[in-house]
Design a protein around this ligand. Sequence first.
Ligand code: FE
Length: 214
Amino acid sequence: MTNENDDSPMRASGHHDHHRRHLHHDMPSDPALRVKALESVLVEKGLVRPEAIDAWIETYETHVGPHNGARVVARAWTDPDFKARLLADGTVAIGEMGLSGLEATHITVVENTSEIHNMVVCTLCSCYPWSLLGLPPTWYKSAPYRSRAVLEPRGVLREFGLDLGEDVEIRVWDSTAEIRYLVLPERPEGADGMTEEQLAGLITRDSMVGVAKL
Ligand code: FE
């Protein structure tokens, strides 16, 4: 950090000014790059160990990830009783599968049908069902998605490549720290006769956030 005194005109040499402008212009606009820059600084200062960050990412990318949500969805498609329990109380039904997250959060599962399409956002920050979907994607945390998902969900979905007919009602669910949402996508046609495990392989993260269909 620069000392406040460095801002005094007495000390602001031409070189210093140039340096400051240079730094400012070099601030990456891409959040991923900013994170990388932040990580480098923290590691450099000995505040975090890179292995700790890697282990955390590894946990969320491989152990805790969309494959957990996919297991829940596949079971709901193949077990009507489980599906009923899941829609009635997502937290309890997901707990049955041993997938309760670390966070004490209520999970609400919303079902897509041919008439209703659900999509999930966190307008405030980036609340997300981590235990089921892993780390939220960058776009989920972006200001445009957070505001536009509510204002013009149909347009946002079109940008994701999902063009829903005007007859389909879109419901947007705003996550909070207390309630997080998982979309139960429609079971794709032609998936008859597949096992629960095979079905789980079809289910994408984006379909469970509600920005894609299967
Ligand atoms: Fe949030």
